[in-house]
Design a protein around this ligand. Structure first.
Ligand SMILES: Cc1cc2nc3c(=O)[nH]c(=O)nc-3n(C[C@H](O)[C@H](O)[C@H](O)COP(=O)(O)O)c2cc1C
Length: 448
């Protein structure tokens, strides 16, 4: 691959100082970085700092005639492989959503034919304001990847979502996007990024406006359909379920949701429409993924049912086998007698086996099995019992749930494919490659 080129647009927010670290990380990894800074951004970091770190001229003014000759604004918007807006101010998000182009940054964002990644940062009230939320939804619908901001204490003293994700986290998304490109903004050949909860009103894959040759004068336009899961719909469950005993207590397990979320991220990066049904975990939603949060196994089963049909379902969630048979409406109190309250359990629905038997059974149905002993034998038994196509077995005795890596064995009727221990993101990418091959073998994709 050629050296990746990033166009970084720095907006006028207090977090602009973090863009300096982002430039450093990008340069350190060998990428070519060109920076554009808004007029407000210049109040927070100087073009000189960005120029020194990026080792490139920094652009600030749309009406710089010399640049229009040497490097026109259209060329500047298109020579990059990826346009990154960090920090993306509320103002920039609003202008991008409305298609306003009244300075260099916003003109480039409107003129670009490249994927756009925006990392918002602002006061919590600004972020939660319906106008900003509307703008973010519009941008995501247009194919812009808008990261969720981090949560925490803000420079203004308030607490909540609105902090710029750490530069290392933005850098990781950029690296992933370059290896498996993000959808293009503006629907120009972009992969679908929305996925309705109800399959009946799921959008069909994007119109074919972006096919090669359609866009005259944009020779390096990359069609989205080169991505291996473009046009496929994938449903993923992740995390634990919480089964209430009373208003303050619940039955749960140690699932962190990390592997399921990594799989959802990898599926979206590979071009799939992704519906992630997540148990209670405090993880950010991966870019391009539609997430539905649930609490209990019964809720998860219902959301899965509503999410079908799909091309593949990957059931990563560690669903509680049992729930409390009776849930107390009030907190159960000790009565001082030393008597322990009885806790009767009821069996939860078997979501995986239920889908396998349903009329909407996905062509590829994959279950996960976390085992502490006899990993392969248990996985083989589970494969037969549940009626799914593959079981991804992982040994949680070696690396307890919540760790950063996984050693998995893919058990199917064709045998066992054992992988080395890998970071969860790498397991997810490898699994997506295998799924894409399997789906292509079963039903080759029709060209757009
Ligand atoms: C001290 C200070 C800090 C600010 N921080 C933010 C911020 O973090 N996020 C944001 O959206 N706007 C912030 N603003 C407001 C923006 O600077 C303002 O909306 C500006 O018009 C944004 O311009 P731009 O989007 O062209 O960069 C801040 C303003 C001031 C004075």
């Amino acid at each position: 691959m050629n050296t990746p080129r990033i166009l970084l647009i720095v907006g006028g927010g207090i977090a602009a100082y973090k863009s300096i670290e982002l430039v450093r990380l990008l340069r350190k990894s060998g990428m070519i970085v060109r920076c554009v800074i808004t007029r407000a951004g210049e109040q927070f970091v100087t073009p000189l700092t960005l120029a020194a770190l990026s080792e490139n001229k920094v652009y600030t003014n749309l009406f710089d005639l010399k640049d229009e000759v040497e490097m026109g604004h259209i060329q500047l918007s298109r020579e990059a492989d990826l346009v990154v807006v960090a920090p993306a101010t509320a103002d920039l998000l609003a202008k991008m959503a409305a298609g306003i182009a009244d300075d260099l940054a916003t003109t480039l964002l409107l003129a670009t034919d490249k994927p756009v990644l925006a990392a918002p940062a602002m006061n919590v009230r600004m972020w939660l304001h319906p106008a900003t939320q509307r703008n973010v939804a519009t941008l995501r619908g247009d194919g812009v990847t808008v990261l969720d901001p981090d949560e925490g204490e803000m420079a203004c003293g308030e607490f909540g979502p609105g902090r710029l994700p750490e530069p290392a986290a933005i850098f990781a998304v950029i690296e992933a996007a370059l290896s498996s490109p993000l959808p293009l903004a503006g629907g120009v050949g972009g992969g679908p990024v929305s996925f309705s909860r109800s399959s009946a009103d799921m959008p069909s894959p994007s119109p074919s406006r972006g096919r090669e040759g359609d866009l005259v004068g944009q020779p390096d336009f990359a069609p989205a359909n080169h991505r291996p899961l473009h046009g496929r719909r994938i449903l993923i469950t992740a995390g634990p379920t919480h089964e209430p005993i009373d208003p303050v207590r619940y039955i749960a397990n140690r699932s962190s949701g990390k592997q399921g979320f990594a799989i959802a991220a990898a599926a979206a990066e590979a071009g799939a429409e992704v519906l992630l049904i997540a148990g209670p975990v405090p993880l950010p939603t991966p870019p391009g993924v539609i997430r539905v949060d649930v609490e209990t196994a019964v809720e998860m089963a219902e959301e899965v049912r509503q999410g079908l049909p799909v091309d593949a379902a990957i059931m990563v969630a560690a669903v509680a086998d049992w729930r409390a048979a009776d849930t107390s409406a009030q907190k159960i109190k000790k009565d001082g007698s030393g008597a322990v309250p009885p806790l009767a359990l009821a069996e939860n629905p078997d979501i995986l086996a239920g889908i396998a038997k349903s009329a909407d059974r996905p062509p590829l149905l994959i279950g996960f099995a976390a085992e502490t002993n006899d990993v392969i034998a248990h996985a083989e038994a589970k494969l037969a019992k549940k009626g799914c196509d593959w079981i991804v077995a992982n040994d949680v005795a070696a690396d307890p749930m919540g760790g950063e890596s996984n050693r998995v064995h893919i058990v199917s009727k064709n045998g066992i494919d054992s992988w080395d221990r890998l970071p969860k993101a790498a397991v997810a990418r490898k699994l997506m490659e295998k799924i894409a091959d399997e789906l292509d073998a079963r039903s080759p994709r029709q060209p757009d």
